[in-house]
Design a protein around this ligand. Structure first.
Ligand code: CIR
Length: 259
Protein backbone atom coordinates (compact mmCIF):
# COMPACT_ATOMS: atom_id res chain seq x y z
CA UNK A 1 0.00 0.00 0.00
CA UNK A 2 1.56 3.25 -1.06
CA UNK A 3 0.18 5.49 1.71
CA UNK A 4 2.44 5.58 4.73
CA UNK A 5 0.67 7.07 7.73
CA UNK A 6 2.48 9.08 10.38
CA UNK A 7 -0.40 10.72 12.25
CA UNK A 8 -3.93 10.07 13.40
CA UNK A 9 -6.64 12.33 14.76
CA UNK A 10 -9.09 10.85 17.27
CA UNK A 11 -11.88 12.13 19.50
CA UNK A 12 -12.80 10.46 22.74
CA UNK A 13 -16.35 9.14 23.24
CA UNK A 14 -18.21 11.43 25.65
CA UNK A 15 -20.61 10.97 28.57
CA UNK A 16 -23.61 10.89 26.21
CA UNK A 17 -22.07 8.54 23.64
CA UNK A 18 -25.18 6.33 23.93
CA UNK A 19 -27.36 9.21 22.64
CA UNK A 20 -25.84 8.93 19.14
CA UNK A 21 -27.56 7.52 16.08
CA UNK A 22 -27.86 3.75 15.86
CA UNK A 23 -29.86 0.99 14.21
CA UNK A 24 -28.33 -1.71 16.41
CA UNK A 25 -30.54 -3.79 18.69
CA UNK A 26 -27.59 -4.75 20.90
CA UNK A 27 -28.49 -2.24 23.62
CA UNK A 28 -26.71 0.89 24.85
CA UNK A 29 -22.91 1.00 25.00
CA UNK A 30 -21.17 0.99 28.37
CA UNK A 31 -19.08 4.17 28.50
CA UNK A 32 -16.25 2.82 30.66
CA UNK A 33 -15.80 -0.08 28.26
CA UNK A 34 -15.97 2.23 25.23
CA UNK A 35 -13.25 4.44 26.73
CA UNK A 36 -11.04 1.43 27.38
CA UNK A 37 -11.56 0.12 23.83
CA UNK A 38 -10.80 3.60 22.50
CA UNK A 39 -7.56 3.75 24.52
CA UNK A 40 -6.47 0.39 23.12
CA UNK A 41 -7.34 1.54 19.62
CA UNK A 42 -5.15 4.64 20.01
CA UNK A 43 -2.33 2.48 21.40
CA UNK A 44 -2.66 0.14 18.41
CA UNK A 45 -2.25 3.05 15.98
CA UNK A 46 0.79 4.20 17.94
CA UNK A 47 2.29 0.71 17.73
CA UNK A 48 1.98 1.07 13.93
CA UNK A 49 4.18 4.18 14.12
CA UNK A 50 1.51 6.90 14.16
CA UNK A 51 1.54 9.91 16.41
CA UNK A 52 -2.02 10.32 17.73
CA UNK A 53 -3.84 13.51 18.69
CA UNK A 54 -6.85 13.02 20.94
CA UNK A 55 -9.52 15.72 20.81
CA UNK A 56 -11.90 16.05 23.76
CA UNK A 57 -15.53 14.96 23.51
CA UNK A 58 -18.19 17.62 22.95
CA UNK A 59 -21.59 16.92 24.53
CA UNK A 60 -23.35 18.50 21.54
CA UNK A 61 -22.12 15.63 19.36
CA UNK A 62 -22.61 12.15 20.83
CA UNK A 63 -21.37 10.62 17.53
CA UNK A 64 -18.30 12.87 17.49
CA UNK A 65 -15.92 9.99 18.23
CA UNK A 66 -16.57 8.74 14.67
CA UNK A 67 -14.21 11.37 13.26
CA UNK A 68 -13.70 9.58 9.97
CA UNK A 69 -16.99 10.97 8.69
CA UNK A 70 -15.93 14.62 9.01
CA UNK A 71 -12.95 14.81 6.63
CA UNK A 72 -11.13 13.17 3.74
CA UNK A 73 -7.39 13.27 4.22
CA UNK A 74 -5.17 12.13 1.38
CA UNK A 75 -1.49 12.49 0.59
CA UNK A 76 -2.48 15.39 -1.67
CA UNK A 77 -4.66 17.44 0.66
CA UNK A 78 -7.59 17.52 3.02
CA UNK A 79 -11.29 18.16 2.54
CA UNK A 80 -13.94 18.85 5.16
CA UNK A 81 -17.15 16.93 4.52
CA UNK A 82 -20.78 17.87 5.01
CA UNK A 83 -22.11 14.91 7.02
CA UNK A 84 -25.41 13.51 5.84
CA UNK A 85 -26.98 13.27 9.31
CA UNK A 86 -28.15 16.76 10.39
CA UNK A 87 -27.29 16.05 14.04
CA UNK A 88 -23.65 15.54 13.04
CA UNK A 89 -23.18 18.67 10.88
CA UNK A 90 -21.31 20.72 13.50
CA UNK A 91 -18.75 17.98 14.19
CA UNK A 92 -16.61 19.24 11.33
CA UNK A 93 -15.52 22.52 12.93
CA UNK A 94 -13.11 21.20 15.56
CA UNK A 95 -11.72 18.77 12.96
CA UNK A 96 -11.15 21.60 10.48
CA UNK A 97 -9.27 23.55 13.16
CA UNK A 98 -7.09 20.53 13.97
CA UNK A 99 -6.36 19.67 10.33
CA UNK A 100 -5.54 23.28 9.43
CA UNK A 101 -2.37 22.83 11.50
CA UNK A 102 -1.20 20.28 8.91
CA UNK A 103 -2.88 21.47 5.69
CA UNK A 104 -2.67 25.13 4.63
CA UNK A 105 -5.86 24.89 2.55
CA UNK A 106 -8.92 22.83 3.35
CA UNK A 107 -11.46 22.09 0.63
CA UNK A 108 -15.11 21.74 1.64
CA UNK A 109 -18.20 19.97 0.43
CA UNK A 110 -20.84 22.61 -0.29
CA UNK A 111 -24.67 22.36 -0.23
CA UNK A 112 -26.58 20.58 -1.63
CA UNK A 113 -23.80 18.00 -1.40
CA UNK A 114 -23.53 15.68 1.58
CA UNK A 115 -20.63 13.32 2.16
CA UNK A 116 -19.58 11.05 5.04
CA UNK A 117 -15.95 9.92 5.16
CA UNK A 118 -17.20 6.39 5.87
CA UNK A 119 -18.32 6.27 2.25
CA UNK A 120 -14.87 7.02 0.85
CA UNK A 121 -12.51 4.14 0.21
CA UNK A 122 -9.06 5.04 -1.12
CA UNK A 123 -7.19 2.32 -3.01
CA UNK A 124 -3.89 2.29 -4.87
CA UNK A 125 -5.71 2.81 -8.18
CA UNK A 126 -8.32 5.42 -7.24
CA UNK A 127 -11.11 6.24 -4.85
CA UNK A 128 -14.44 4.44 -4.46
CA UNK A 129 -17.29 6.59 -3.13
CA UNK A 130 -20.51 5.08 -1.87
CA UNK A 131 -23.77 6.84 -2.64
CA UNK A 132 -25.87 6.11 0.44
CA UNK A 133 -28.47 7.64 2.73
CA UNK A 134 -25.61 9.84 4.07
CA UNK A 135 -23.64 10.65 0.91
CA UNK A 136 -25.62 12.01 -2.00
CA UNK A 137 -24.59 12.11 -5.62
CA UNK A 138 -23.87 15.87 -5.47
CA UNK A 139 -21.43 15.32 -2.58
CA UNK A 140 -19.78 12.36 -4.29
CA UNK A 141 -19.34 14.40 -7.50
CA UNK A 142 -17.81 17.35 -5.61
CA UNK A 143 -15.30 14.97 -4.07
CA UNK A 144 -14.59 13.45 -7.48
CA UNK A 145 -13.95 16.93 -8.97
CA UNK A 146 -11.55 17.79 -6.13
CA UNK A 147 -9.67 14.51 -6.56
CA UNK A 148 -9.58 14.90 -10.36
CA UNK A 149 -7.42 18.01 -9.87
CA UNK A 150 -4.81 15.68 -8.36
CA UNK A 151 -5.24 13.16 -11.19
CA UNK A 152 -7.10 10.68 -8.97
CA UNK A 153 -9.88 8.62 -10.54
CA UNK A 154 -13.12 8.34 -8.54
CA UNK A 155 -15.78 5.68 -9.03
CA UNK A 156 -19.27 6.16 -7.59
CA UNK A 157 -20.82 3.03 -6.09
CA UNK A 158 -24.55 3.30 -5.49
CA UNK A 159 -25.36 1.02 -2.56
CA UNK A 160 -28.67 2.57 -1.53
CA UNK A 161 -30.49 -0.64 -2.39
CA UNK A 162 -28.18 -2.81 -0.27
CA UNK A 163 -29.85 -3.44 3.10
CA UNK A 164 -27.88 -2.98 6.32
CA UNK A 165 -24.99 -0.91 4.95
CA UNK A 166 -24.65 2.46 6.66
CA UNK A 167 -21.54 3.37 4.68
CA UNK A 168 -19.54 1.86 1.84
CA UNK A 169 -16.74 1.00 4.28
CA UNK A 170 -19.22 -0.81 6.52
CA UNK A 171 -18.97 -3.46 3.81
CA UNK A 172 -15.53 -3.11 2.22
CA UNK A 173 -11.93 -2.33 3.18
CA UNK A 174 -8.90 -1.80 0.97
CA UNK A 175 -6.17 -4.11 2.24
CA UNK A 176 -3.42 -2.96 -0.12
CA UNK A 177 -1.83 -5.10 -2.86
CA UNK A 178 -4.93 -4.65 -5.06
CA UNK A 179 -7.11 -6.52 -2.54
CA UNK A 180 -10.45 -5.61 -1.01
CA UNK A 181 -12.18 -7.29 1.91
CA UNK A 182 -15.86 -7.41 0.93
CA UNK A 183 -18.94 -8.60 2.83
CA UNK A 184 -20.41 -11.67 1.14
CA UNK A 185 -23.84 -10.04 1.29
CA UNK A 186 -22.70 -7.28 -1.06
CA UNK A 187 -23.62 -8.02 -4.66
CA UNK A 188 -20.76 -8.38 -7.14
CA UNK A 189 -20.49 -4.70 -7.92
CA UNK A 190 -18.89 -3.87 -11.30
CA UNK A 191 -16.85 -1.12 -9.56
CA UNK A 192 -14.99 -3.81 -7.60
CA UNK A 193 -14.23 -6.04 -10.61
CA UNK A 194 -10.57 -5.00 -10.87
CA UNK A 195 -9.72 -6.01 -7.30
CA UNK A 196 -8.87 -9.36 -5.77
CA UNK A 197 -11.68 -9.99 -3.30
CA UNK A 198 -11.28 -11.48 0.18
CA UNK A 199 -14.81 -12.46 1.10
CA UNK A 200 -16.12 -11.80 4.61
CA UNK A 201 -18.80 -14.38 5.52
CA UNK A 202 -22.34 -13.13 6.18
CA UNK A 203 -22.10 -14.23 9.83
CA UNK A 204 -18.87 -12.23 10.24
CA UNK A 205 -20.03 -9.22 8.21
CA UNK A 206 -18.98 -6.65 10.84
CA UNK A 207 -15.35 -7.70 10.36
CA UNK A 208 -15.29 -6.21 6.84
CA UNK A 209 -14.64 -2.83 8.45
CA UNK A 210 -10.95 -3.34 9.13
CA UNK A 211 -8.04 -0.95 8.42
CA UNK A 212 -4.63 -1.36 6.87
CA UNK A 213 -2.16 0.82 8.79
CA UNK A 214 1.36 0.70 7.40
CA UNK A 215 2.55 -2.91 7.82
CA UNK A 216 -0.41 -4.13 9.89
CA UNK A 217 -4.14 -4.66 9.64
CA UNK A 218 -6.37 -3.70 12.57
CA UNK A 219 -9.30 -6.13 12.75
CA UNK A 220 -12.27 -6.42 15.10
CA UNK A 221 -11.69 -9.25 17.59
CA UNK A 222 -14.03 -12.23 17.50
CA UNK A 223 -14.24 -13.01 13.79
CA UNK A 224 -11.94 -16.03 13.46
CA UNK A 225 -12.61 -17.12 9.88
CA UNK A 226 -11.88 -13.70 8.43
CA UNK A 227 -8.80 -13.37 10.64
CA UNK A 228 -7.56 -16.79 9.40
CA UNK A 229 -8.10 -15.77 5.78
CA UNK A 230 -6.03 -12.60 6.29
CA UNK A 231 -3.31 -14.44 8.22
CA UNK A 232 -3.03 -17.00 5.39
CA UNK A 233 -2.46 -14.11 2.98
CA UNK A 234 0.44 -12.99 5.18
CA UNK A 235 -1.13 -10.01 6.92
CA UNK A 236 0.11 -9.05 10.37
CA UNK A 237 -3.09 -8.62 12.38
CA UNK A 238 -3.86 -6.48 15.39
CA UNK A 239 -7.24 -7.63 16.82
CA UNK A 240 -9.20 -5.07 18.85
CA UNK A 241 -12.35 -5.44 20.91
CA UNK A 242 -15.02 -3.20 19.33
CA UNK A 243 -18.24 -4.26 21.07
CA UNK A 244 -19.24 -0.81 22.37
CA UNK A 245 -18.67 1.00 19.06
CA UNK A 246 -20.51 -1.73 17.18
CA UNK A 247 -23.57 -0.93 19.32
CA UNK A 248 -23.50 2.57 17.80
CA UNK A 249 -23.05 1.32 14.19
CA UNK A 250 -19.36 2.26 14.22
CA UNK A 251 -16.26 0.30 13.30
CA UNK A 252 -12.49 0.54 13.23
CA UNK A 253 -12.19 2.92 10.30
CA UNK A 254 -14.66 5.40 11.83
CA UNK A 255 -12.59 6.11 14.94
CA UNK A 256 -9.69 7.97 13.34
CA UNK A 257 -8.46 10.12 10.52
CA UNK A 258 -5.13 8.70 9.40
CA UNK A 259 -2.65 10.74 7.39
C1 CIR B 1 -23.77 7.37 12.82
O1 CIR B 1 -24.84 6.76 12.62
O2 CIR B 1 -23.47 8.36 12.18
C2 CIR B 1 -22.84 6.87 13.89
N1 CIR B 1 -23.60 6.34 14.99
C3 CIR B 1 -21.91 5.83 13.34
C4 CIR B 1 -20.96 6.36 12.32
C5 CIR B 1 -20.02 5.33 11.83
N2 CIR B 1 -19.06 5.91 10.95
C6 CIR B 1 -18.47 5.27 9.96
O3 CIR B 1 -18.81 4.14 9.66
N3 CIR B 1 -17.57 5.93 9.27
Amino acid sequence: MSTRFTRALLRAPGENFAAGITTSAEGPPVLARALEQHRRYAAALESCGLRTTLLPADPRYPDGTFVEDTAIVTARGALITRPGAAARAGETEVIAAALSQHYPRLARIEPPGTLDGGDVCETDSGVLVGVTARTNEAGARQLAAWLADFGVRTTLVDIRAVPGLLHLKTGICYLGEGRLAVQATLPRLPALADYEIVEVGADEAYAANCIRVNERVLVAAGYPRFADALARLGYDLLPLEMSEFRKMDGGLSCLSLRF
